[in-house]
Design a protein around this ligand. Structure first.
Ligand code: GLN
Length: 305
């Protein structure tokens, strides 16, 4: 399969969509990103890398960070994790409060904000030293780039007006599902969201998820093949909030989006693909990113279905 040629075709065909949508502006620092940047990087399990556009420009990974924190939480807690959160699609926005109240402080899944805040609380329990350092070291090992880092300006910017996340965290605390200090939990959560990576680095970091026949073993974090399978199942059903069904229908890959405009996805035992374009649809997912992946799996006929 000539993936480079297919990526170039996809790239050409998505250009009419390039100006649709708006970048996230509820985080002031993200509103300042130039929205007219975009890129795609594909990595195959047999070692090929193909890319188009700004595949090496780093951007805010935002909610894609929830996949990495889930990997850590599964390593530390195993099946116990599911006493603190569910693994069902939420069908609601990533920052929805209503469902959390109905369900007495048990988040639907780890890939919405409520679930990731509980995950941050769990990580603080298991990483008494410097959890931010541990997390970034883990990501550096995973993507093979020792210089990826947090953007502390983005984290501070989100913290300065993170009223919805503070409301979610307070509700979780009320129901006893956050054990530690609220401000500390939110600080770690915002820091994890603020990490900047390129499409190339994300595609690399997702390789162990695509290669799910091998146990995961990076920076002292181990996951069994069965746990990797389950992470992929959760991405498939929950990775796009209330658009998870649509992404599954259009693209057919387990993946995760973030409001920085990134999407990372995997095709089991074949490839990983990361796309970035900051302009989002109303559900908070990258318009160009979704379109690119829809075309890619149509042209290659390689999805999980
Ligand atoms: N940091 C963002 C928030 O908590 C992440 C949301 C997202 O990427 N969907 O609102």
């Amino acid at each position: 399969m000539d993936y480079q040629h297919i990526l170039e075709t996809v790239w050409r065909d998505i250009q009419p969509y390039a100006r649709l949508g708006q970048q996230a502006d509820y985080i002031p620092a993200l509103a300042r990103v130039n929205p007219d940047q975009s890129g795609i990087c594909l990595k195959t399990l047999d070692g090929r890398t193909c890319s188009v556009g700004d595949a090496d420009v780093r951007f805010s990974i935002q909610s894609i960070s929830k996949v990495f924190s889930l990997a850590l939480a599964l390593h530390f807690e195993g099946e116990n994790l599911w006493t603190r959160m569910g693994r069902e699609p939420s069908g609601t926005a990533f920052n929805s409060l209503v469902q959390l109240e109905y369900e007495h402080g048990i988040p639907r899944n780890p890939l919405i904000n409520a679930g990731a805040l509980v995950t941050a609380d769990i990580l603080l329990d298991h990483l008494p030293g410097d959890p931010e350092q541990f997390y970034i070291d883990f990501l550096r090992t995973l993507c093979g780039s020792p210089d990826i880092d947090y953007n502390t300006e983005v984290a501070a910017s989100e913290q300065s007006c993170g009223y919805m996340n503070a409301a979610i965290a307070n509700l979780l605390k009320h129901y006893g599902n956050i054990h530690g200090d609220l401000d500390r939990v939110m600080r770690l959560y915002f820091m994890m969201c603020s990490v900047e990576m390129s499409c190339r680095e994300l595609a690399q970091a997702f390789i162990p998820l695509a290669n799910h026949h091998q146990p995961f073993c990076f920076a002292g974090i181990d996951l069994t093949t069965s746990q990797i399978k389950r992470m992929n199942a959760i991405m498939q059903t929950c990775g796009f909030y209330d658009e998870a069904g649509e992404f599954s229908y259009l693209v057919g890959l387990p993946g995760k989006s973030g409001v920085g405009g990134g999407i990372a996805a995997i095709c089991p035992m074949r490839y990983t693909i990361a796309v970035w374009s900051p302009r989002l649809n109303a559900k908070g997912n990258s318009i160009l990113g979704m379109k690119a992946l829809e075309l890619f799996t149509t042209l290659t006929a390689e999805s999980i279905f």
